[in-house]
Design a protein around this ligand. Structure first.
Ligand code: NAD
Length: 292
């Protein structure tokens, strides 16, 4: 190297090092996101992920107590101006309309909806009461419709596009034993997302789906009756069931709320700008879906 070349390289390396030290702009700065079921589990992990990228997040949940503590915790970590909480039952049409309008008014709009509020409860078909069937349909299928409709109406008023991510389930694609109500409602969510992707495309409204497999920690669903119901369906005890989920995955790993939140963040951000009507399965790789 001659002296000039050596100087140029040194100069370039110093400039590069300076760039590395500069704070990176946050990818969701200025974005407003509403997360249903945001008081716990996957919803809360998602709120954290979006807040870390600079978004303002509205937590919407039916559980007032959990909502209070989640919003206090996240306001403490990310600042009061970045977090709002709104108590909404996603099955209550008027409450959804009012809740969305108020929350968006407070923050000045809505850019991202994560429709995630849900439950998991099912039974063998002969023991599936109409009430249990309707509960799954109301919260999962109808709840996802109601929040999406409110988001679409806000997006149309704002005329700047919009982004919706559904948290559905692997059970919306693959049948699971003794869980017809839950699986059917989750399949409805996935098809609704595809229909909305088609309908929203002309207005740059994107709609995508994240399908978790069983989330073995940090979710109320997994600590509730679902775990017992799944274990009974597979004729296993609950420890065997968790091991079964791990072993059936190609990566032999469990799935956690933060893993789902990462995929939701990808779909909610410009990194996925050319994706709509698509599904990301977060299941550590399920070999069955290749061999069936
Ligand atoms: P979770 O029970 O920890 O969280 C669900 C949240 O939704 C709770 O905070 C609850 O209060 C809220 N909610 C329930 N009904 C509501 C209603 N009517 N209105 C408003 N909020 C309501 O469970 P999670 O695992 O975080 O589940 C999130 C989503 O992920 C659900 O749609 C679930 O079906 C789906 N999912 C979960 C798993 C799993 O193994 N945990 C697997 C696949 C899919």
């Amino acid at each position: 190297l001659d002296e000039q070349e050596a100087f140029d390289i040194e100069y370039w390396l110093l400039e590069e090092a300076k760039l590395q030290r500069m704070p990176k702009p946050k990818s969701l700065a200025g974005r407003i996101a509403l997360v249903t079921g945001g008081a716990g589990g996957i919803g809360k992990a998602t709120a954290v992920r979006l807040l870390r990228e600079g978004a303002c997040v509205i937590l919407a949940d039916i559980d007032e107590k959990a909502l209070g503590s989640a919003s206090e915790e996240l306001s403490g970590a990310f600042g009061k101006d970045s977090v709002r909480a709104v108590r909404v039952d996603v099955t209550d049409e008027q409450a959804v309309i009012d809740g969305f309008a108020n929350a968006a008014r407070e923050f000045g709009g809505l850019d991202i909806l994560v429709s995630n509020a849900g439950l998991a409860s099912s039974a063998p078909i002969g023991e599936t009461t109409l009430a249990l069937w309707n509960k799954n349909m109301d919260i999962l299928a109808t709840g996802y419709f109601l929040v999406s409709r409110s988001a679409f109406n806000l997006f149309h008023t704002q005329k700047i596009g919009g982004n919706i991510v559904f948290v559905a389930s692997k059970n919306g694609l693959a049948a699971s034993p003794n869980a017809s109500a839950y699986c059917t409602a989750k399949a409805a969510e996935i098809h609704l997302a595809r229909c909305l992707a088609l309908e929203g495309a002309a207005d740059q409204i994107r709609v995508n789906v994240v399908n978790p497999d069983a989330v073995l920690r940090g979710s109320k669903i997994w600590t509730g009756e679902w775990k017992e119901q799944r274990a009974a369906a597979y004729n296993m005890d609950t420890d065997e069931l968790e091991e079964h989920y791990r072993q059936r995955s190609m990566l032999k790993r469990s799935v956690f709320p933060e893993d789902i939140a990462e995929a939701i963040y990808f779909l909610a951000s410009e990194a996925s700008a050319k994706s709509t009507g698509n599904i990301i399965n977060v299941d550590a790789g399920n070999a069955q879906s290749f061999t069936r």
